[in-house]
Design a protein around this ligand. Structure first.
Ligand SMILES: NC(=O)c1ccc[n+]([C@@H]2O[C@H](COP(=O)([O-])OP(=O)(O)OC[C@H]3O[C@@H](n4cnc5c(N)ncnc54)[C@H](O)[C@@H]3O)[C@@H](O)[C@H]2O)c1
Ligand SMILES: [Zn+2]
Length: 355
């Protein structure tokens, strides 16, 4: 097990990563009063484990899925915390994927103006991304993550033990964020390149998950509140990915990140920001994880939703964090019309089987 510490102005957050992390850290929580939040799928799979490690502590089970990430379920959790007599000395444990982590994190940050939070991420996506960095949120009025806080967990327990029950599609979603780290970090890119033919088993090894977390931890330490520019880079692939996700379904964030990376690589090459040899290697990696890039009816119109992206200052411009060369990304700001035109162009080439 390896330990990483994120030291930010608001908190010291320790990340315990590797096989055995859960066993070891859970033992240290014995005797503490905990309020455990999980979801219905995770509870079904890990009921025995929760019972054995956390005994009599109250467990709140959310219906699984993004549809529970809203203010109604947030208030249900807060109400259950009150009923369970949770005090400021107690701890919320978010035991699940990114949905559980985001909503339980927000509940912990609001209850009595903030009580201790521990994240135990059980999806690959949550392990490499959402459990680390202190962003909490619920969706509201059809907009993703619009109500939220920055609230660092005191501890994140990342154990590959939980990944063995994940369906392949969820592994692919986690790999979507991992390929994103590959765009930002040359070492991660090389690791992925050299395990091209075994990516879905490679993620069970401790190394790659740790390296992604270490990358994110360094970015968060430098720019906790997403104001300095560094944290923005973690949105590579996300401008286009989020726009398509809004239009074509909320189901698979990580897959849309891969699609977004594909389109944004195309844009970067077309506009002369990215070397084409590198772009070819990157798009081959994306296809290795995702399979064929889907063709979308009316992609250009869907892309117009990118104007809502948080990175944009003006509604007539679009910002994308695009790959430039190995380990280097670049922010490209385009007019909305130019962006949509390039998205349409790329979509047509996909339909014709030319890229
Ligand atoms: N806070 C952040 O910085 C941040 C970053 C990225 C994504 N997110 C958020 O994370 C969410 C997506 O996270 P996710 O992909 O983990 O989704 P999720 O929490 O919905 O989990 C995906 C599915 O896997 C199931 N599951 C969880 N653990 C399992 C296990 N060990 N075995 C089998 N099934 C398991 C869940 O029940 C669910 O059905 C989105 O809401 C997104 O906005 C937040
Ligand atoms: Zn993401």
């Amino acid at each position: 097990m390896k330990i990483l510490t994120i030291d930010t102005p608001s908190c010291k957050s320790n990340i315990f990563c590797g096989s055995g992390a859960f066993e070891e850290r859970a033992a240290r929580l014995k005797g503490k009063k905990l309020f455990i939040v999980t979801d219905s799928n995770v509870y079904k799979l890990y009921y025995g484990c929760i019972e054995q490690k956390f005994g009599e502590n109250p467990v709140y089970v959310l219906p699984a899925g993004e549809k529970s990430k809203n203010y109604r379920w947030l208030f249900n959790i807060l109400s259950a915390m009150l009923k369970a007599d949770i005090t400021r000395a107690d701890t919320v444990v978010a035991f699940g994927g990114g949905v559980v982590g985001d909503i339980a994190g927000l509940a912990a940050s609001l209850y009595m103006r903030g009580i201790n939070l521990i994240q135990i991420p059980t999806t690959l996506l949550a392990q490499v991304d959402s459990s680390v960095g202190g962003k909490t949120a619920v969706d509201f009025d059809g907009v993703k993550n619009v109500i939220g806080t920055f609230y660092q967990p005191s501890e994140v327990i990342v154990d590959p033990f939980f990944l063995s029950t994940l369906p392949k599609r969820q592994l692919r979603c986690g790999l979507g964020e991992i390929v994103k780290y590959g765009v930002l970090n040359a070492d991660i890119f090389h690791e992925l390149e050299s395990h091209r033919s075994s990516l879905f088993s490679f993620v069970f090894e401790d190394g790659i998950v740790y390296d992604c977390i270490a990358h994110k931890a360094a970015v968060v330490a430098a720019d906790e509140r997403d104001t300095g520019g560094q944290r923005k880079t973690l949105n590579a692939g996300h401008t286009t990915g989020h726009a398509f996700e809004l239009c074509y379904g909320h189901k698979s964030h990580g897959e849309f990140v891969l699609i977004g990376l594909f389109y944004e690589t195309y844009i970067a090459v077309k506009l002369g920001y990215c070397e084409s040899a590198y772009a070819q290697k990157l798009t081959a990696l994306i296809k290795k994880v995702l399979g064929d890039i889907p063709y979308f009816a009316d992609a250009g119109s869907a892309a117009r939703l990118a104007k809502h992206d948080k990175k944009n200052v003006l509604a007539t411009q679009v910002s994308v964090i695009a790959p430039q060369s190995e380990g280097k990304s670049v922010e490209i700001i385009l007019s909305l019309n130019e962006y949509c035109r390039l998205i349409d162009e790329c979509n047509d080439l996909i339909a014709e089987g030319k890229i």
